[in-house]
Every structure is written in C-alpha cells, then in structure tokens.
Write a protein that binds this ligand. Structure first.
Ligand code: SF4
Ligand code: SF4
Length: 124
C-alpha cells in the first residue's frame, strides 16, 4: 500500500500571502508587471501618456494638474473597471479585497505548500 504525502502548509513562510507565493516578487520586486493590479497599471499608463501630451502642448505644471483632475472621473470610468474586483475594506485605491499593495493576489502563483524555498517568517 502506498502512502499519500500531503505537503505542509506554506503558512509561516515570509513569501506566503493569502494562499499565494511572493517568492519571485521578493526576488525581483516590480520586475513582473503582470503581477500588478490591472487598474493601477492602466491608470498609470494613461497618466504617463497624458504627461507626454501635456509637455508637447507646453502646459505648465499647474495647468497640467488642473487638466488631469478635470478628466480624471472620465478616465476612471474608462480604465477603472476590473471583472475580478471585490469590494475591500481599505482606505487605499482601488479598495479591492484582491489587492496587496500594488499587486493583485489573483495574478500571483498559488502556494502549493511548504517547498524548498520556505523561509521562516521572523516574529514581529
Ligand atoms: S512555501 Fe514555497 S511556494 Fe509557499 S509561499 Fe513559501 S516559497 Fe512560496
Ligand atoms: S482583482 Fe482587484 S487587485 Fe486584482 S486587478 Fe482587479 S482591481 Fe486590481
């Protein structure tokens, strides 16, 4: 009779967060843009494009700031939706229960259980 081995939980690993593994992100923070919240990524790109256009138009910082604030509601309506959004209970944008800072938990690989990269979290 063969025994079935189940791995220990990854809980307690410093790379573990809500059932997901942050190992690659901790190794190269920010390298994989696909791990970022899609809403933040789209809004960031839109803002960068806006800055390029504002500069080309010769707007002052103040004029550019005003123009961005004026068009922000429309931009948010266009770029701010996400089919996986879950209302969070936070004070930070986009206030999504799937967000971990600027990362999206759903984009992170699942932790399959304690692995050779397990690194014990230090007590606070
Ligand atoms: S135990 Fe391994 S897979 Fe799980 S979070 Fe830690 S490093 Fe990632
Ligand atoms: S589920 Fe939430 S955190 Fe993930 S991409 Fe959508 S809004 Fe961003």
């Amino acid at each position: 009779m063969s025994a079935v081995l189940t791995p220990l939980s990854g809980l307690g690993c410093r790379h573990y967060l809500a059932g997901r593994c942050l190992y690659e992100e901790h190794l190269n923070p920010g390298l994989d843009q696909g791990l970022r919240c899609r809403v933040l990524t789209r809004l960031g790109r839109t803002f960068d494009d806006f800055l390029v256009r504002a500069e080309a138009m010769g707007l002052t910082e103040e004029q550019a700031g005003r123009a961005w604030r004026n068009r922000f509601p429309e931009t948010l309506a266009r770029e701010g939706s996400c089919r996986d959004y879950l209302p969070g209970d936070t004070t930070s944008f986009p206030d999504c229960a799937n967000a971990a800072g600027e990362l999206c938990l759903l984009a992170l690989p699942a932790c399959p259980g304690r692995c050779r990269r397990f690194f014990k979290r230090q007590a606070p």
